[in-house]
Design a protein around this ligand. Structure first.
Ligand SMILES: NC(=O)C1=CN([C@@H]2O[C@H](COP(=O)(O)OP(=O)(O)OC[C@H]3O[C@@H](n4cnc5c(N)ncnc54)[C@H](OP(=O)(O)O)[C@@H]3O)[C@@H](O)[C@H]2O)C=CC1
Ligand SMILES: O=C(O)C(=O)[C@@H](O)[C@H](O)C(=O)CO
Length: 277
């Protein structure tokens, strides 16, 4: 099988990110190597993990087993809430690299602002130091609202946020783009919930593709970096093939009309330390 050509998105400092990657939230540690090996074998070149997913070691084992040159795979991980703070963030980065078996990540994110703890700005300063020292290629944030972005010294390369047809966060996306921040869509399928929508299903039927491919093509044509998760090889292949689907302007607008302001994950204003390690 020939893998589709994956477009890349450029971050502020010029680092190129494959626009479609694979996420591994809720992939159990014992399955992570198999899932990521499958993804790499199918042609994925971008993997999104986090210390809080407790599967970095499996991801690292898959990277090693793939035999791919290090520079061919874009690897992201995230600072868990329990490691926020300047010194602890520096230590956490070393631990993440060790678990992944890598000297350098392509992208490291502050996972949640967790404003009640008051440590996200210090954590971000530590990430900037890692970047200034060349120890990570790019640094960014996740789940940051505009007020959190504007409290930082400097501009994150990426804001990874919940984004799918029924939860589009248009104001936040516009604010990120105004600042030159690339938006990464997490839970891009709405964790599966957006796939039953009649507009999505009807569009899929017209093209002879699957609902997931319609939703992912909408993301790609909307300029989002997108990291769908699947533990199943056939769905990994299906999701990757979405890069070959082209929706019309009317179809993009129809999927774009599905926003219901319906969040499936945590609320960044309140999501706290105890909820994600
Ligand atoms: N920064 C953050 O706070 C967060 C980041 N993320 C990142 O985003 C990634 C993706 O988000 P996630 O929350 O996992 O949700 P997704 O929107 O990617 O949905 C995943 C769900 O959809 C199913 N699925 C996948 N592909 C298909 C398909 N083709 N057809 C039907 N069902 C499908 C999966 O089941 P199955 O595995 O059985 O195929 C799983 O149940 C995460 O893995 C993680 O890397 C996610 C949440 C928060
Ligand atoms: O997957 C992640 O990266 C998350 O932070 C969240 O999914 C979090 O664990 C959660 O479940 C929020 O409801």
């Amino acid at each position: 099988m020939t893998a589709p050509e994956l477009d890349a998105v450029r971050l502020l400092d010029g680092v190129a990110v494959p626009q479609l990657g694979v996420g591994v939230f809720q992939v159990p540690p014992q399955d992570a190597q198999r899932v990521v090996e499958d993804a790499l074998d199918l042609g994925y070149r971008h993997v999104d993990t986090a210390a809080a997913y407790v599967n970095e070691a499996g991801v690292g084992a898959a990277l090693a087993a793939s035999g791919l040159p290090r520079e061919d795979v874009f690897v992201t991980s995230k600072l868990r809430n329990g490691d926020q703070g300047y010194d602890s963030a520096l230590r956490a980065y070393d631990d993440t690299c060790a678990r992944l078996g890598l000297d350098q990540l392509d992208l490291y994110l502050v996972h949640w602002p967790n404003p009640a703890a008051g440590r996200y700005a210090d954590s971000w300063r530590a990430l900037r130091r890692l970047h200034d020292e060349g120890r990570v290629r790019a640094v960014g944030v996740s789940n940051f609202l505009v007020e959190h972005l504007d409290a930082l010294d400097g501009v994150p390369a990426v804001n990874q946020v919940e984004l799918h047809p029924t939860y589009q966060q248009r104001d936040l996306v516009a604010a990120c783009r105004d600042r030159g921040i690339v938006v990464e869509a997490y839970s891009p399928l709405g964790q599966g919930a957006d796939l039953a929508d009649p507009v999505v299903v009807g569009t899929a039927e017209r093209h002879g593709v699957t609902p997931a491919q319609v939703v992912l093509a909408w993301h790609l044509q909307s300029g989002h970096v997108v990291i769908p998760k699947s533990s199943r090889r056939e769905r990994l292949a299906e999701n990757l093939a979405a890069a070959e689907l082209v929706l019309t302007e009317d179809e993009l607008a129809a999927v774009g009309s599905l926003d219901r302001g319906h969040r499936t994950g945590g609320d960044p204003a309140t999501f706290s330390l105890s909820q994600i390690r």
